[in-house]
Design a protein around this ligand. Structure first.
Ligand SMILES: O=C(O)CCC(=O)C(=O)O
Ligand SMILES: [Fe+2]
Length: 539
């Protein structure tokens, strides 16, 4: 990446510096034009489209507006870009994003940065306030972001108390669709949940985009695919009275099942006999009780493992895409027409004998015959990885977290079940489980979110078809402590290895976005996706 973009080779030393420092940012003349201002006002009120000069408003799927040549003087923008590139950048990565963020720009004294800050939060804010017919506070909320190869910011709505209008000023060299990094806008369903991308905007030099932050303003920065260019931008929010937010929709939890009565021979046919030895089980249990996690390599017997892999690769499995995209994005096998061998593996994981095996391996009370069942009480157990209290979820695990540090997480922590359930005791019924057979490939992920209950649970992951998979591709399961950025445990895909993790109510998990490296660095097409059986057991 060159920082010398369109630099003027004829200017020299001191004189350049001096003229740079005196350089004033001049806002696009379109924003001083009464016809445009009135046209915009009218269109915004009616939620219709408007286009004149460099200003273009579109209200589908939610109101957003592009202003081309936002700063009139080109050289100012070039110098601003150079100034920004000299800042310190910090790598940011969690469930929702991977990118680099600059030092805080609120108080930076550099000339071009202070100039653009003042232009945005004085001149432009007053134009915006008038056009939108809303009071916008002088609060300065701005940072600089750098997205490079495999960086992304997944589906989110920007909603956070006080944010009223989001803006992004793009400072990119010519950008193509094939470079990735588009700003994708989602439509929403009757529950205000994002459904699919209906518009993709290409970033372009000196173009400012703004949109209203609302319950339906779902968007993402798609993964940057170019490894030659950097997607540089200034972005932030104008603050004002937030729009009314409807109650967040709570998904119905996937139904949980008690064990199925299956012939015990299933267990002996399928599971590596090492794990059937009571002495070995006792050792595993000891380790699990100490660490709340364990990996059991070569879990399926060789013959069964080979059959499963063949079925996964060759058989006709009906995969359905999961959503909504602000929560999850991967393929899930439909159970109705699962090939018999996979159905058998599924039955194994749900069988009474398997519940007993898990009890013996973990010391949890998943079966009446498990030792110590009477006195064991999940509420009293040390949590998996951090020993804190409280998490319960109804679906695949995660619950919301705040990211107070930089406000990029865009979750409000106000899900209907986010606080109340953490101290409640769950009435005990028989042990139950819920499971999925999933396929993971480029672009897939799960995100932390607020709308799930928190509870103690045993997670089981059996990875298949992932030989050659690298951590840098993503696709690993990350366990984190609620309300903290601290990573507690990472489960990397390992071939035919069973991972067991006992989590408490405060432990959340997500699957890291699978990036472009998974396609680019894999010579073997077979490695571009992998599978897992993902089950959760509740005492
Ligand atoms: O850079 C963009 O196009 C959008 C950035 C964004 O959505 C955010 O920072 O919240
Ligand atoms: Fe955003």
């Amino acid at each position: 990446m060159s920082t010398k973009r369109r630099s003027n080779g004829t200017n020299k030393g001191k004189s350049v510096k001096k003229s740079k420092e005196g350089e004033v940012a001049v806002i696009s003349s379109d924003l001083k034009d009464d016809v445009i201002r009135n046209g915009m006002k009218d269109a915004w009120r009616k939620k219709t489209s408007f286009s004149q000069g460099g200003v273009q408003l579109d209200c589908d799927p939610f109101p957003h507006c592009m202003i081309r040549n936002f700063v009139q003087n080109e050289s100012f923008v070039e110098n601003l870009r150079d100034e920004l590139l000299h800042l310190n950048f910090h790598s940011k990565s969690n469930d929702l994003y991977k990118f680099q963020q600059s030092d805080d720009l609120k108080k930076r004294k550099e000339h071009h940065i202070s100039e653009i800050r003042s232009l945005l939060f004085h001149q432009f804010r007053s134009w915006l306030s008038e056009v939108l017919g809303v009071d916008l506070e002088p609060t300065v909320d701005i940072s600089c972001a750098k997205y490079e190869h495999t960086d992304t910011l997944l589906c989110h709505d920007d909603e956070l108390e006080g944010r009223r209008v989001a803006f992004i000023l793009y400072l990119v060299t010519p950008w193509d669709l094939s470079d990735g990094g588009t700003l994708d806008l989602y439509n929403t369903n009757e529950h205000y949940e994002p459904v699919s991308i209906v518009k993709s905007l290409l970033p372009s030099w000196n173009t400012l985009l703004f949109f209203e932050v609302s319950p339906v303003s779902f968007h993402q920065v798609s993964e940057v695919l170019t490894d030659e260019k950097c997607r540089l931008s200034l972005s932030g929010w104008f603050h004002g009275l937030s729009l009314q937010r409807p109650l967040r929709y709570t998904e119905p939890g996937a139904p949980r099942h008690t064990h199925v009565l299956a012939d015990e021979t299933l267990l002996f046919e399928w599971v590596n006999e090492t794990y059937m030895d009571p002495l070995y089980q006792a050792q595993v249990q000891q380790e699990f009780e100490d660490t709340s996690e364990i990996r059991l390599p070569n879990f399926l017997q060789e013959e069964k493992y080979t059959q499963v892999i063949e079925a996964l690769r060759l058989a006709e499995i009906q995969w359905e895409r999961t959503g909504p995209p602000n929560k999850r994005c991967y393929a899930r096998a439909q159970l109705q027409n699962l090939p018999s061998c996979l159905k058998e593996c599924w039955d194994l994981l749900m069988s009474e004998a398997f519940f007993l095996l898990l009890s013996n391996l973990t010391g949890l009370s998943l079966h009446a015959l498990a030792a110590g069942d009477e006195e064991s009480d999940s509420e009293g157990q040390e949590g998996p990885t951090d020993g804190q209290e409280g998490q319960r979820d109804g679906q695949e695990g995660p619950s919301g977290t705040g990211d107070g540090e930089d406000n990029r997480n865009h979750r409000d922590g106000q899900g209907p079940s986010s606080t109340s359930s953490s101290t409640e005791k769950t009435p005990k019924g028989p042990p139950v489980c819920v499971g999925e057979l999933r396929r993971w490939s480029h672009g897939d992920y799960t995100l932390l979110h607020d709308s799930v209950k928190r509870e103690f649970a045993l997670d089981l992951l059996l990875h298949l078809g992932c030989t050659g998979w690298k951590a840098e591709f993503g696709g690993f399961t990350s366990y984190i402590a609620h309300d903290e950025d601290e990573e507690l445990l990472t489960v990397y895909p390992e071939e035919n290895s069973l991972a067991l993790v006992y989590r408490d109510k405060e432990t959340l998990k997500f699957i890291k976005h699978i990036n472009h490296n998974s396609v680019q660095e894999n010579e073997h097409a077979a490695f571009t996706h992998f599978y897992d059986f993902s089950f959760t057991y509740y005492e």
